[in-house]
Design a protein around this ligand. Structure first.
Ligand code: ZN
Length: 388
């Protein structure tokens, strides 16, 4: 892993290379952008460069040079003891901070807690109290904080001084999907580096390398559904969402939802099994939260179906996400007006909001299915559903 491995993030690469060239590397960075587009990879690459005992300048291959807009990159050498320790995740001056670190905290009360947020105890013990120590190997100390959008306000306030005046050899890199939950005082102390969604072709080819067992149709669907994120594409694939989508589309295409004879239990069962997978990945979320997230994924798939139908009813020539089911999409588009498809998408978004407000999952699904059946039958609906 080095800065060479970060692809299609030209803006971010250029910002970093410029800072390195002028020897003005900010001591606090905020890398933000969608999950799974290379934020942590970039942080690791930068850390390797900062820790490496003999950084080298290397030419990018012509394809990469074009996407980065640079011909050469300064990176860690990959050979020295520091680079090797970075690759083995054993470098003593590399600190990866994440919310589950509470399990390694000396205070049993902190260890017992569910790690839903990155709290002040973890930040204080693993970052604030450590930034002042001399680097173990003499060059720099790097603290990379995952999910910075989950740092509590109290912990953000506690970090302000550290962010403002980190000791000369200390670098803090915050990673976050959005900057909304960060205090303006935190943001303003960091050099903000935005990372963007990855091109579809790139996601497709990486997915092909990483999940060679996927077939043409499913591979394409995962790439199309990824919003330009390899991380998203991989988790969708690992959760088997293509198969779930297939089951949902079968019932959508048969018209059972539009006729009002689909069973809310089916969606809830799917949501529950998805939730179990989410819980395996993040054991701090509760069963209810996991089911709720699973249900949101189900809603997302159904909304995507209606979005495809909308594309066809309104004669848009863009590629369908559900390209593998284009016959079904075309068929559905014949029996629906664009307004109906748009209304269905709005209803699903509303249902998702109700889930965010902790509404009862079964009730949300029942109301949504009734609404979708109403839309399918062409019944006018009140503008705001007040039932859920
Ligand atoms: Zn090196």
């Amino acid at each position: 892993m080095s800065l060479f491995d970060v692809k299609h993030q030209a803006h971010a690469q250029r910002l970093i290379q410029r800072a390195v060239a002028h020897q003005r590397i900010p001591h606090a960075y905020l890398f933000h952008g969608p999950d799974g587009v290379g934020k942590e990879l970039l942080a690791r690459g930068l850390a390797q460069l900062l820790l490496c005992s003999s950084p080298v300048e290397r030419a990018l291959d012509p394809n990469d040079a074009e996407t980065v807009g640079l011909e050469r990159l300064l990176t860690g050498c990959g050979d020295c003891e520091d680079c090797r320790a970075m690759a083995a995740e054993t470098h003593p001056d590399w600190h990866l901070i994440h919310r589950q670190l509470n399990r390694e905290h000396p205070d049993p009360q902190v260890r017992k807690r569910k790690a839903l947020d990155l709290g002040v105890d973890v930040l204080r013990h693993f970052v604030i109290d450590k930034v002042g120590l001399t680097p173990t190997r003499g060059r720099a100390k790097i603290f990379v904080i995952r999910e910075a959008d989950r740092i509590t306000t109290q912990a953000q306030n506690a970090m302000l001084k550290t962010l403002e005046e980190p000791p000369g050899t200390t670098y803090l890199i915050l990673l976050g999907a959005s900057t909304d939950r960060l205090l303006a005082t935190v943001r303003s102390r960091c050099q903000v580096v935005p990372l963007s969604a990855l091109p579809l072709d790139f996601v497709r080819s990486r997915l092909m390398e990483l999940r060679s067992e996927l077939s043409g149709d499913s591979l394409e669907w995962y790439a199309q559904s990824s919003d330009g994120s390899i991380g998203v594409a991989l988790s969708l694939a690992d959760d088997g969402l293509y198969e779930l989508n297939k089951r949902l589309i079968e019932s959508l295409a048969k018209g059972s939802i539009a006729r009002g004879d689909s069973n809310p239990k089916d969606w809830l069962t799917e949501a529950k099994s998805l939730g179990e997978l989410y819980q395996k990945r993040d054991r701090d979320i509760t069963g209810t939260e996991a089911t709720r997230s699973g249900l949101k994924s189900v809603f997302h798939l159904v909304a995507t179906w209606y979005a495809d139908v909308l594309r066809r009813t309104s004669g848009e020539a863009t590629m369908l996400v559900n390209q593998a089911w284009r016959t079904e999409v075309e068929q559905a588009a014949k029996s629906m007006q664009p307004e109906q498809a748009a209304q269905a998408i709005n209803r699903i978004a509303q249902a998702e909001q109700h889930l965010n407000l902790n509404a009862n999952t079964q009730l949300v699904v029942e109301v949504l299915l009734t609404d979708l059946a109403g839309i399918g039958a062409g019944n006018p609906l009140p503008r705001e559903s007040a039932r859920a």
